[in-house]
Design a protein around this ligand. Structure first.
Ligand SMILES: Cc1cc2nc3c(=O)[nH]c(=O)nc-3n(C[C@H](O)[C@H](O)[C@H](O)COP(=O)(O)O)c2cc1C
Length: 242
């Protein structure tokens, strides 16, 4: 099984979210081929909106940059994990650039919806519909429900309702505070178990979804820890700007 992790946090390896994606894939069986691409370290230009990929004979994008590597990796993957922080209720800009550049993977459409029950746009290669899509995201708020509806509505249109698995972790900033380690580890253990379950069925039970949706800390504890973390200067030490 080929698993592709698209790390869409500008913080690369220091990403809160990538800790969860790593734990999730640690639950996959031995022998799983896991490839990670940190998209912020790649040269990915924004889509020009020229529709050449819909008109060119080969259907490829005219921009020559690292998106070619990402498209090949997507084609090879059985499971695609998009791992990134919530930015203003949506995806970070480089992740949006990658998403827009995936226009080359979908069929031209002239105002008609695809026949597929799943996706709005028909895929050029029907095999794309056999891939398993996972969204893993952290946010700064203490609950996922109020802040994720716009992003989930976008995935419902892109992948179809039920066409993807979303693991949404509120209180993502707890990972950089160095506090509540026991609770962090307990959460990551649940995510590892979820990874094992996902690898065998490409789905998560309601019970598992419920378990990993529980915030790591109570809102009060999270607020107390993050406030002191921000105010005592540790934040600068643990999050260098470079
Ligand atoms: C530009 C920016 C926008 C953000 N927007 C939101 C938001 O809309 N809602 C929220 O709860 N957290 C928001 N956050 C907080 C991040 O989602 C949170 O810190 C996340 O855990 C960072 O993950 P990472 O370490 O993987 O990059 C924002 C952070 C930044 C830098």
């Amino acid at each position: 099984m080929n698993v592709l992790i698209l790390n869409g946090s500008p913080k690369g390896d220091r990403s809160n979210t990538i800790r969860i994606a790593k734990a999730f894939t640690e639950g996959f069986p031995e022998g799983t081929n896991i490839r990670r691409i940190d998209i912020y370290s790649k040269d990915i230009k924004p889509c020009r909106g020229c529709f050449s990929c819909w008109r060119n004979g080969d259907g490829r994008c005219v921009i020559k940059d690292d998106m070619e590597e990402i498209v090949s990796a997507i084609k090879e993957a059985d499971v695609i994990i998009e791992s990134y922080p919530l930015y203003f209720y949506g995806m970070p800009s480089q992740m949006k650039a990658v998403t827009d550049r995936c226009l080359q993977l979908v069929m031209p459409y002239m105002g008609e919806k695809s026949d597929s029950d799943l996706t709005f746009n028909e895929m050029k290669d029907p095999d794309m519909l056999n891939k398993h899509m996972v969204l893993i995201s952290t946010c700064g708020y203490v609950e996922a429900e109020p802040v994720y509806p716009a992003l989930l509505a976008q995935y419902d249109l892109m992948c179809g309702k039920g066409g993807y698995t979303a693991i949404l972790c509120p209180e993502g900033e707890i990972f950089v505070t160095g506090q509540a380690k026991r609770q962090q580890e307990a959460y990551l253990d649940s995510v590892r178990a979820a990874g094992a379950e996902y690898a065998s069925a490409f789905a998560l039970s309601d019970e598992t979804m419920r378990k990993i949706a529980i915030p790591i800390l109570s809102p009060q504890s999270f607020c107390a820890i993050t406030k002191s973390h921000w105010l005592d200067g540790h934040w600068i030490e643990r999050n260098p700007a470079d």
